[in-house]
Design a protein around this ligand. Structure first.
Ligand SMILES: Nc1ncnc2c1ncn2[C@@H]1O[C@H](COP(=O)(O)OP(=O)(O)OP(=O)(O)O)[C@@H](O)[C@H]1O
Length: 564
């Protein structure tokens, strides 16, 4: 099994116990990564039985991403215009469609499924299966982030799945939040993104985005331009392609499989007809060698297009026998020969699937923000001038790994906004203690002072009892005034801890600490402890209390958590 982080592991374990769950998390916390691990494990477990796991998503693009189908197509609801009883009746004539053999149902990007459809699907499940339990007794695995793009609906105000009547019965208390961001390492950028996710343009966020508007990307950089609207994307890509003085070659992909599923291939990131030229900017659409940086989203430039001998005389190249071969120089400098790959939609084990074979490349001067949801980009030039949707700015900004790879054009502060109901839902959830950390950083951003308590660190002489950090926005060590107080056993300090990676560099040895030599030595010992032969610190804070003072709980993996 892939290496899961502790927060991911908790979800995995609950799923393996047979529980229905919803797991969420800010962008880049590995929701899709975890989902794939879970799907593989369940498939393995159900092998040789009549029961099946069905993998679905709320949108075609998300379905292609996880090699599944749309929830509409799986469930038999079609566009969802009929009532549950009518749909169930029709399905019964087809032996219940997919429902009878379904043991586990996965719905990815459930955040883009409206409450109305969620309820409709849940009722259909109960009726077709003649089982009154939620979803007719099926184990349901839901994931998504309600603060990214909302449900697509013709109604002005589509309600979220968490507002569905059936939601509490389906997931109950089994809501998990992944908290460790994998996509970005820079904790300041993570904090800024988390604030933007909540629609808060904090002073720190504003400073970072203003700087990104002035940012000059490195020479030779190949940023992807992200736009709210498709028309801008198509315009940019065709203008840029036309600008290149080289012969255009159209690569004809091949679609096979069941008709109903073939329609889904429209959402395949690889177009059926892909027109390229030498010099075109392209993006890789598959993970070929993640370790070498050849992953979904990696950008490069076409060096050469090698076609089958029989296609040589034409401007059209066919996908067959490993051809065409497109040599691409990636932004890492690596040159790689890219050959056709396959995308499967539908249910891979059954005949109800369709495949597209195409060279896994797309023109990548520009793409829509809706399309980029779920991907990771090295560099992006983001046009937020026409942002129209809650969460859209957040989705766009959170694609890049580092702020250095970000350039804002037509930067407009009004682009940053979140859906109030989704914000409130997360707030209540957090209050109920169902979710973990990371969220704490948004609330504290505007707080000029943060009190952080570090208590009883076993085995580390001497023990640090309390640290107060001021100036949360300080970035470099020397200017951060840190005051370490002496132990105050009475009244007892709150259970552990502390602070660290979000505000102080991990390898800071305490230089510049404004404190007694003894305190500085303590701090140094603590930092050494965390950096020498120990696993890196993984803050797992939980907000305790509200307002200006935050006591942040976290534990360093090598410390025992007091009070259980
Ligand atoms: N446990 C892990 N070990 C190694 N890499 C991981 C792990 N979890 C996630 N990642 C990597 O982190 C990156 C972000 O993960 P992923 O795309 O699954 O996040 P996400 O929560 O689905 O993000 P988004 O909400 O933006 O779609 C990916 O490159 C993924 O491979």
């Amino acid at each position: 099994m892939e290496e899961l982080q502790p927060d991911q592991r908790r979800v995995y374990d609950a799923v393996m116990m047979g529980e229905s769950v919803f797991f969420t998390g800010v962008a880049g916390t590995g929701k899709s990564f975890l989902l794939k691990v879970i799907i593989n494990a369940i498939r393995e477990r159900l092998k040789g039985t009549d029961e099946r796991v069905f993998v679905t998503a709320s949108t075609g693009a998300a379905a292609v991403n996880i090699a599944g189908t749309t929830i509409h197509s799986f469930s038999g609801i079609g566009v969802g215009s009929e009532d549950a009883a009518t749909i169930a009746m029709k399905l019964r004539r087809r032996k219940g469609g997919n429902w009878p053999s379904c043991r586990v149902l996965v719905i990815d990007e459930v955040s883009m499924l409206s409450a109305r459809l969620f309820d409709l699907i849940e009722s259909v499940a109960r009726m077709v299966r003649r089982d009154r339990r939620p979803f007719g007794g099926i184990q349901v695995i839901l994931t998504g982030d309600f603060l990214q793009l909302p449900p697509v609906s013709r109604d002005e105000q589509a309600r979220f799945a968490f507002e569905a009547a059936a939601w509490p019965g389906v997931v109950g208390e089994r809501v998990f939040e992944l908290t460790h961001v994998h996509r970005q390492r820079d904790q300041r950028f993570v904090r800024v993104l988390n604030a933007i996710r909540l629609g808060q343009l904090t002073s720190e966020a504003e400073a970072v985005l203003d700087a990104a508007a002035r940012n000059t990307l490195p020479d030779g950089a190949l940023p992807v331009k992200l736009y709210p609207f498709r028309r801008d994307v198509d315009r940019d890509n065709s203008i840029e392609l036309r600008r290149i003085d080289a012969e255009a070659i159209t690569i004809a992909g091949v679609d096979t499989g069941a008709d109903a599923q073939r329609r889904l291939l429209e959402h395949c990131p690889a177009p059926l007809a892909l027109t390229l030229k030498k010099g075109a900017q392209v993006m890789l659409l598959k993970n070929l060698d993640v370790g070498a940086g050849l992953c979904n989203g990696a950008t490069g430039v076409v060096l050469e297009i090698k076609v089958r001998p029989e296609d040589l005389a034409q401007r059209k190249a066919h996908v067959a026998h490993g051809y065409p071969i497109v040599d691409v120089r990636f932004s890492t400098g690596a040159v790689k020969a890219i050959t056709p790959e396959e995308w499967t939609v539908g249910q891979p084990e059954s005949r109800a699937s369709a495949k597209r074979r195409q060279v896994p490349l797309a023109l990548s001067w520009a793409m829509t923000i809706h399309k980029c949801q779920g991907s990771t980009l090295d560099m992006a030039e983001i046009d937020l001038g026409n942002a129209f949707e809650a969460g859209q700015a957040y989705v766009a900004l959170s694609r890049v790994r580092a702020v250095e790879g970000l350039k804002l054009v037509r930067w407009d502060r009004r682009a940053v906004f979140a859906n109030d109901r989704a914000v409130e839902w997360y707030r209540v959830l957090r209050g109920a203690g169902q979710v973990g950390p990371e969220e704490m950083s948004e609330t504290e951003l505007d707080t000029p002072e943060i009190d952080v308590d570090v208590v009883s660190i076993p085995d580390s002489p001497p023990s640090v009892e309390s640290i107060q950090l001021f100036a949360p926005a300080a970035r470099q060590p020397p200017p951060i005034p840190v005051e370490v107080k002496r132990p105050s056993p009475d009244p007892p300090l709150p259970p552990v801890l502390a602070f660290v990676r979000t505000h102080l560099p991990q390898h800071w040895d305490g230089a510049g600490l404004r404190a007694s030599p003894e305190t500085a030595a303590m701090w140094g010992a603590l930092m050494r402890l965390t950096t020498e032969g120990r696993p890196p610190m993984e803050p797992q804070p939980q907000v305790q209390g509200e307002g200006r003072r935050h006591s942040v709980e976290m534990y360093l993996p090598f410390l025992k958590k007091p009070h259980g």
